[in-house]
Design a protein around this ligand. Structure first.
Ligand code: ADP
Ligand code: MG
Length: 254
């Protein structure tokens, strides 16, 4: 197994708020991981540490074996380029065509003049590459379509295609399914599982729907108040209940 992320006693504080406390774990290449826990438990903070948007307050985070705090600006940029981030709203520009949104995946690694050229005059090779990725996600016919004209499920596929075009070894997704119905949520997770298995891409997704997390992810990490509550293939019902208990409810009855 190749370890992609190594977290060694990671803590992250924002002024008075301790967002993460002493989290240690490894994530391997190709792993499919669900991140669950109540609102404010540190899920987004953990994802932002993984793609080096945040630096830890203490502890050590290594990506591909390199301590992120020791990297030069350009090495850090390279690390970030290999990690795709799908935000909750998918981060697509509605009035661009599908291929243009997918080109945006490479924005970090492309000189701006080149990006402008690609945007308006993509070469046949670029279009062929994007078309082939759209085939992988099941919507090859949408290449030239305006993104806002696609259904929500198709737009999820565009967001995944953009991550693939970026050539990412890891896809991070922050509650990308919380605004959609469970059927569509399941179809996105299924798509990401297939992509992860086919291309050996790690997928780390924070997710509200614990049924989907436990049924569809082989590894589930529970966060509670910034602490690692569990990291397991199948959390017990007790562990799940405890994760979502608010402190007041934990006071034992007299
Ligand atoms: P989750 O994604 O699980 O809802 P977050 O990681 O967003 O949790 O937040 C964890 C804690 O850190 C919360 O108390 C939140 O208010 C705090 N927090 C997150 N980001 C910041 C920030 N940039 N500045 C101050 N506090 C923050
Ligand atoms: Mg969050």
């Amino acid at each position: 197994m190749v370890v992609v992320f190594q977290l060694d006693h990671i803590s992250k504080a924002f002024q008075q708020t301790q967002a993460l406390s002493d989290v240690s774990l490894d994530i391997d290449k190709g792993e499919m991981v669900a991140l669950i826990g109540p609102s404010g438990s540190g899920k987004t903070t953990l994802l932002k540490l993984l793609n080096a948007q945040h630096m830890p307050t203490s502890g050590r985070l290594a990506v591909d074996g390199a301590d992120i705090e020791s990297l030069s600006r350009s090495s850090l940029k390279q690390v970030r380029q290999q990690i795709a981030y799908i935000p909750q709203d998918l981060g697509l520009v509605p009035n661009l065509k599908v291929f243009q949104n997918i080109l945006l995946g490479k924005i970090g690694s492309t000189a701006s003049w080149s990006l402008i050229r690609q945007f308006f005059f993509p070469t046949q090779a670029e279009l062929t590459a994007i078309h082939s990725i759209l085939e992988d996600v099941g919507i090859p016919e949408k290449l030239y379509q305006q993104t806002s004209s696609l259904s929500g499920g198709q737009q999820q596929r565009v967001a995944v295609a953009r991550a693939l075009y970026q050539n990412a070894h890891t896809i991070l997704a922050d509650e990308p399914v919380s605004a959609v119905d469970p059927a569509r949520a399941r179809s996105l997770v299924t798509l990401l599982s297939e992509i992860s298995a086919e291309k050996n891409i790690s997928v780390i997704m924070s997710i509200h729907n614990t049924d989907i997390a436990t049924a569809m992810f082989p590894r589930i990490i529970g966060l509670k108040s910034g602490h690692l509550a569990f990291d397991t293939a199948s959390p017990t019902e007790e562990a799940m209940a405890d994760l979502y208990l608010i402190p007041d409810q934990q006071i034992t009855e007299a």
